[in-house]
Design a protein around this ligand. Structure first.
Ligand SMILES: Nc1ncnc2c1ncn2[C@@H]1O[C@H](COP(=O)(O)OP(=O)(O)OP(=O)(O)O)[C@@H](O)[C@H]1O
Length: 297
């Protein structure tokens, strides 16, 4: 079942580009990554989806309901952490959390306390006295305390220290195991790679790739690095599928995409002292898509 369905969603800010013709679905139980550089259109997609701003054209559904017509109903089951959090600075953390909890028809006290303890936040401090990272934690608690079916996180980790990031990821994975669908927007590839099952890549307002993380890694090239006893000539590597070839004395490295047996035959003809075959990380795959001009989903 699809929790989110986005259909040719377009949002222009007057003459300025926001997003154009964005379509994708998020299935129930997924941890879905939404990745792109600054200004790509991640926040615009999320805000339009949540009907905080209205689309220029296109449509979207959440839990099978139209995102604008049924906005009130939908929002009861969503936890949303915006990329920038703004608060009434004079409020204490606990008062703010109780106030947000009051919008839901369930008692959030137990979960609120658990999250306060887990994220190590002092509930009696004034919001004004909190650091950026601690304000972010308050936003995370606000987004999760009512145990929503769908959590939408827009750049959630900025400001969190590495230990807190780890704890936050564990928390998201636990929520996901309980059945919560997670939509995770980020420009940090390693965290998407670590956390998500599937990813949508957005560039300049357009979706350029929608793929399982595992498939993204499988279907692309492999990195070969080798050390040979003798010097290998550049010409030895005249084989289709080899790119980014670098040969320096006894060291050779390149990327290969194609029939793996062909490259193995080439390697078998050499006197090697060492060999590394590595999967590219998401960053390299991502750069590969970003460098291409004529990308399509
Ligand atoms: N209120 C606005 N008025 C005019 N243009 C806007 C507005 N909000 C966003 N934009 C433009 O829309 C495009 C997409 O911006 P958006 O904030 O959605 O990107 P993003 O991927 O979330 O980036 P970031 O990671 O920097 O937040 C950008 O070109 C941005 O300048």
């Amino acid at each position: 079942m699809n929790v989110i369905e986005i259909n040719q969603l377009t949002k222009s800010y007057g003459q300025a580009r926001g997003i154009s013709d964005v379509s994708f679905n998020v299935e129930q139980g997924e941890i879905f990554g939404f990745i792109g550089p600054n200004g790509a259109g991640k926040s615009t997609t999320i805000r339009t989806l949540l009907s905080l701003i209205y689309p220029t054209s296109g449509s979207a559904k959440i839990f099978g309901m139209d995102h604008i017509k049924h906005a009130t109903e939908i929002k009861k089951e969503i936890g949303y952490l915006p990329s920038e959090v703004f608060y009434y600075d004079n409020m204490r953390v606990i008062d703010l959390l109780k106030y947000s909890a009051s919008f839901y028809k369930k008692d959030c006290t137990k979960r609120m306390k658990e999250l306060i303890a887990l994220l190590e936040i002092d509930p009696h401090k004034k919001i004004d006295d909190l650091s950026f990272g601690n304000k972010k934690k308050v936003g995370i608690i606000q987004g999760l305390q009512h145990e929503p079916k769908l959590v939408i996180l827009d750049e959630p980790t900025s400001g969190l220290d590495p230990l807190m990031q780890m704890r936050f990821f564990d928390l998201l994975q636990e929520e996901n195991k309980k059945g919560t669908t997670i939509f995770f927007s980020s420009h940090i590839l390693s965290e998407v790679q670590r956390l998500c099952n599937r990813v949508a890549i957005i560039k300049e307002g357009k979706l350029i790739k929608l793929e399982k993380i595992s498939t993204l890694q499988e279907n692309t090239y492999k990195k070969f690095k080798l050390e040979a006893i003798d010097t290998i000539s550049h010409d030895y590597w005249a084989l289709e599928g080899i790119s980014k070839l670098e040969v320096t004395e006894n060291h050779t490295q390149f990327l290969f995409k194609g029939n793996i047996n062909l490259i193995m035959q080439k390697l078998a003809g050499l006197n090697l002292s060492n060999l590394w075959i590595e999967e590219p990380d998401l960053e390299e795959i991502f750069m590969h898509y970003y460098e291409k001009e004529d990308v399509s989903v």
